[in-house]
Design a binder for this molecule. Structure first.
Ligand SMILES: Nc1ncnc2c1ncn2[C@@H]1O[C@H](COP(=O)(O)OP(=O)(O)O)[C@@H](O)[C@H]1O
Ligand SMILES: CC(=O)N[C@@H](CCC(=O)OP(=O)(O)O)C(=O)O
Length: 295
């Protein structure tokens, strides 16, 4: 290694120090979106980042999605995916696929990658330890002059009723990393499909997290010209939603980010999970990019 390279490496490591000191002992909730799980190398670098955070005393809690992966299996069994305002319409058969993909394939792959990287991950769904109590989501259509607001039936789509974080805290105390699939359980034992962004936002609020990071497949929230919006508050979001700039999967993402900061999370960031080591860059360097959401 040349002297210049060595200096550069040392510079990067020392740059991380104030960030490590700032976040040591704090919880960071990381939403790992299905769209950010693009290739194997990226998944492995994500896992290494998480292990590194844990190693330096930060407490990462992972909430993952898997929308595209659910869509792929549904397609294989000849079922079409249908979304309304970023939420998957979920009948009984779809719910079985959701549980297989989120609670099984995706969850265990993340757990396995973290463990391969030297960490101690434990996979959970919201059913484990009654972590996520859910109820049926009540979505209403927007009222227009000619149509009053109507209830939209999304089937087995849930909203978070209550989070019992005991199991997550217990795992953290024992130096494990919790990897959570967004499946909730109703009072009657019924399973609900919950948008992963919503679970991540609620989890961050309940755990008093310092940061919420939402990893997705865009550089952040973009304006109508496709330019990155680096900072947004509640008023900006409501304007961008009303004029249609924010739509589809970005709707629950931005809403949960706002809810989390309103509940006391220091800040929420929507970042590009397709960039290798996006988590480390965002948390431990001056290089963090993406959209920062504040109160
Ligand atoms: N203003 C916007 N800026 C960026 N992405 C947007 C915007 N409005 C809608 N989107 C869509 O939201 C998507 C991200 O949400 P989603 O597909 O649910 O991702 P994830 O699987 O990471 O949760 C983007 O890929 C994009 O298609
Ligand atoms: C109700 C609802 O839409 N649930 C989502 C759960 C997975 C998810 O949120 O995955 P991403 O984060 O990858 O989009 C779904 O079925 O796709």
């Amino acid at each position: 290694m040349s002297v210049e390279d060595a200096n550069q490496t040392a510079h990067i490591l020392t740059e991380a120090l104030p960030y490590i000191q700032r976040y040591a002992g704090k919880t960071v909730v990381i939403k790992y979106g299905g769209n950010a799980m693009t290739d194997e190398n990226l998944k492995k670098s994500f896992a290494r980042d998480i292990v590194l955070l844990k190693q330096v005393g930060i407490n990462p809690v992972i909430v993952h999605g898997g929308g595209p992966q659910i869509g792929k299996l549904l397609e294989q069994i000849g079922k079409e995916s249908k979304f309304i305002e970023g939420m998957r319409v979920t009948d009984g058969e779809t719910m079985d696929v959701v549980q297989m993909v989120l609670g099984g394939l995706v969850n265990k792959q993340i757990v396995s990658n973290i463990n391969q990287a030297g960490g101690r991950a434990v996979g959970l769904t919201g059913k484990d330890g009654n972590l996520i109590l859910a109820k049926k989501l009540e979505m209403k259509s927007k009222a227009t002059e000619s149509h009053p607001s109507e209830i939209i039936d999304l089937g087995l789509v849930g909203s978070v009723d209550k989070i019992n974080p005991g199991i997550v805290t217990l795992l953290d105390n024992e130096k494990f990393i919790a990897v959570i699939a967004p499946i909730g359980v109703g009072e009657d034992g019924v399973s609900y499909n919950i948008n992963a962004d919503i679970v991540a936002g609620e989890m961050a609020a309940v755990l008093n997290a310092e940061r919420l990071l939402l990893l997705t497949n865009t550089p952040g929230v973009l304006d109508k010209q496709g330019e990155l919006l680096t900072g947004l508050n509640k008023q900006d979001v409501s304007r961008l939603t009303d004029d249609g700039t924010i739509s589809g999967g970005m709707l629950p993402k931005i809403q949960c980010a706002l809810d989390a900061v309103e509940a006391g999370v220091e800040s929420a960031s929507i970042i590009d999970g397709r960039v290798p080591h996006a988590v480390l860059l965002e948390l431990l360097t001056d290089e963090g990019k993406g959209t920062l959401i504040n109160r």
